[in-house]
Design a protein around this ligand. Structure first.
Ligand code: UD1
Ligand code: UDP
Length: 364
């Protein structure tokens, strides 16, 4: 048995770690040490995912909370170092690209603990994104690099990573989606909210480049008002976005609009149900680009680039500049059924975490 420290800090991490935690446990070859850094801490950003995704309570909760990039990253490092020193894991596994990911990676490697990065090699080539810095730094020092789509392998090889350290394992986020898909459908969340299948828009936004710039957030809000002329809009609001929206005049217009339903963040199962039945998803999320592709559901990603190109090349995702009229037109096309056909990318089959568990146990 290998002792594996599995690290989760923020909402998308919980969904990926849930799949890995389950596969590692099922394999019988790992003893899991589940560590929650506390980067996300609201019940609706954290606890609900542990409950709905069948994860055990974390063995450790570091309670780092919010802060600037430097202070949050530093707090994860100082809190997690003594945990590693005491528990001496055989391997540390990090996922994705959040501050908890890079902070853990740096700490583990300086303690000479083998380091695994799941979802390695994704690149937007946009260094103004904090996630791009986190990905590049984490990949540079990881011992095993498990990639979710072929672009990951290409980028890592171009950066000089040795081929025998890179494994195309598939997408662990989609493992959770496949495992919980029936439960998600059974919530009938769209019906509970009075929405008809194919007849509403589902929105998320939380990237600093979109929501921390008032003029840009105002254009996005205008796009939502235009979409709401065509069909109901449901917008679960990320905590970063909530305060920004309240301070904008157009934010008040959104709140007062009859066809725009603003809500707190929604649970995983209910959110997945809303994704499955939406006419169109409009987002700047990383994970949602992948989930809509796996569900063959139309998605507009309001960003100039994506680190997940397979969702555009093979999936149902399109990239779009922040242009209210263009987003409204995409809404019209999606409601009219005029959307490209997608296909599910290779190895997005619900078994990526099992492949990682088997490969890692054989190579440690
Ligand atoms: C983080 C990740 C981002 C990821 C996103 C997923 C980094 C650099 N960013 O962004 O890559 O896409 O999570 O959702 O790691 N807040 C709360 N309650 C919470 C958590 C946050 O109110 O439970 C508020 C705080 O005011 C905080 C702000 O949201 O300052 C931002 O949180 P933070 O974790 O720093 O970044 P995210 O924007 O959530
Ligand atoms: N999600 C959710 N409830 C919501 C919004 C998102 O369960 O109200 C899920 C979504 O399905 C996806 C994950 O959260 O799996 C993505 O997280 P987020 O967009 O915050 O992060 P990113 O993937 O952009 O890093």
């Amino acid at each position: 048995m290998f002792k594996a420290a599995l690290i989760a800090g923020a909402r998308p991490n919980f969904i990926k770690i849930a799949a890995l935690e389950y596969a590692f446990r099922q394999s019988g070859r790992f003893e899991n040490l589940l560590i929650h850094t506390g980067q996300h801490y609201d019940a609706k950003m954290s606890d609900i995912f542990f409950r709905q995704l069948g994860m055990p309570e974390p063995d450790m909760y570091l309670g780092v909370g919010s802060g600037s990039h430097a202070s949050q990253t530093a707090r994860v490092m100082t809190e997690i170092e003594p945990v590693f020193q005491e528990h001496k894991p055989d391997v540390v596994l990090v996922v994705g690209d959040v501050n908890s990911t890079v902070a853990t990676a740096l700490t583990a490697k300086k303690l000479h603990i083998p380091l695994v990065h799941v979802e390695a090699g994704l690149r937007s080539f946009d260094r103004s994104m904090p996630e791009e810095i986190n990905r590049m730094a984490t990949d540079a020092i990881s011992d095993w690099l498990y990639v979710s789509e072929p672009s990951g392998e290409k980028h890592l090889l171009a950066e000089g990573q040795p081929r025998d350290r890179i494994v195309f394992a598939g997408n662990v986020m989609i493992d959770s989606l496949r495992r919980f898909e029936d439960q998600a459908r059974a919530t009938a969340e769209h019906e509970k909210r009075g929405l008809t299948a194919g007849g509403y828009f589902l929105i998320t936004a939380h990237r600093p480049a979109m929501v921390d710039v008032p003029d840009r957030l105002a254009i996005f809000a205008d796009a939502l008002i235009r979409l709401a002329d065509q069909a109901p809009v449901i917008f679960p609001i990320h905590p970063r976005t909530a305060a920004r929206l309240e301070s904008l005049p157009i934010g008040k217009q959104l709140m007062a609009h009859d066809h725009i339903h603003l809500t707190e963040p929604i649970g995983y199962l209910e959110f997945m149900c809303l994704m499955m039945h939406a006419g169109l998803v409009v987002t700047d999320s990383g994970g949602i680009q992948e989930e809509t592709t796996a569900l063959l559901q139309p998605c507009v990603t309001v960003r100039p680039n994506t680190e997940r190109p397979v969702t555009v090349d093979e999936g149902t995702n399109i990239l779009m500049e922040l242009d209210a009229a263009a987003i409204a037109e995409a809404g019209r096309q999606a409601l009219a059924g005029e959307w490209k056909e997608g296909r599910i990318p290779e190895k997005w089959d619900g078994h990526a975490s099992e492949r990682i568990a088997a490969h890692l146990a054989d190579h440690l």
